[in-house]
Design a protein around this ligand. Structure first.
Ligand code: ADE
Length: 241
């Protein structure tokens, strides 16, 4: 028996299945047991399985890495356990993508999340040590993603981020008020500022227009604010669409 941690209950309703391959499964337990991901699982909309790559190691010490052929390059994740893990999963169902999380890849953006949320079965492979044997990338992986230009200890937190961004887009996961359609980036702009009661706190007032009750004026104001905020903080986003 493999020690995979399964999260997902109502198999017949499941919209998406994500299998995560890691050498540190403990790192991924908590993100998938809280918040949106927990809700998706409870509603039977997503199933997430976390697998320990060591379970496929044929080495008597359960080793999953080895010295790089090039001197001084550190430890590299070996191909065999990863190949065995992916082959076993693929023998059970078809996968749309095998995604490797690594800093030396193109950056994951909202459009990737949109596209991937339409898929049914995904494998996320988390890198560790000084990377994986290049033959994994050349022959087993179909997509490589980085979450940003900084290096994490491993791909686990990146996998949690990618899974969260995808799963929250599955229809039914978010309620209408929190609809993903109004997210930052969906229309190429950052979101406008939001306020709640009280209308005045320590003399800091909510903009009068939001108290006007005029929906058209409020919508125009929100759009102007979103545009101004984007121009100030992320001018690179303007002109992208
Ligand atoms: N693994 C280590 N750093 C990473 C990053 N920035 N993105 C994805 N996977 C990673």
């Amino acid at each position: 028996m493999r020690s995979s941690i399964g999260i997902g209950t109502f198999a017949e309703k499941i919209a998406m299945r994500i299998d995560i391959l890691t050498v540190v499964p403990e790192l991924l337990e908590s993100p998938f047991n809280y918040s949106i991901l927990k809700r998706a699982k409870d509603k039977g909309l997503a199933e997430i399985f976390i697998h320990n790559i060591r379970d496929w190691s044929t080495d008597k010490h359960k080793k999953v890495d080895d010295y790089a052929f090039s001197k001084g390059a550190g430890m590299v994740m070996s191909i065999e356990p990863i190949d065995l893990a992916i082959s076993e999963l693929k023998s059970q169902r078809e996968y749309d993508e095998v995604i490797f999380l690594t800093p030396d890849a193109r950056q994951f953006v909202q459009n990737d999340a949109n596209q991937l949320s339409l898929r049914k079965n995904l494998i996320l492979l988390c890198g560790h040590y000084k990377g994986v044997d290049q033959r994994v990338r050349d022959n087993l992986v179909t997509m490589e993603l980085s979450i940003g230009d900084y290096v994490l200890t491993g791909g686990e937190l990146a996998a949690a981020i990618v899974a969260d961004a995808i799963v929250r887009l599955i229809p039914g996961v978010l309620s209408d008020e929190t609809s993903a359609l109004t997210d930052s980036f969906q229309d190429g702009l950052l979101t406008p500022p939001v306020y709640t009661r009280p209308a005045e706190y320590k003399g800091w007032r909510v903009p009068d227009i939001l108290l006007s009750g005029n929906d058209q004026l409020i919508d125009d104001w929100k759009h102007d604010q979103a545009y101004e905020r984007t121009k100030r903080i992320r001018p690179d986003l303007l002109g992208k669409k």
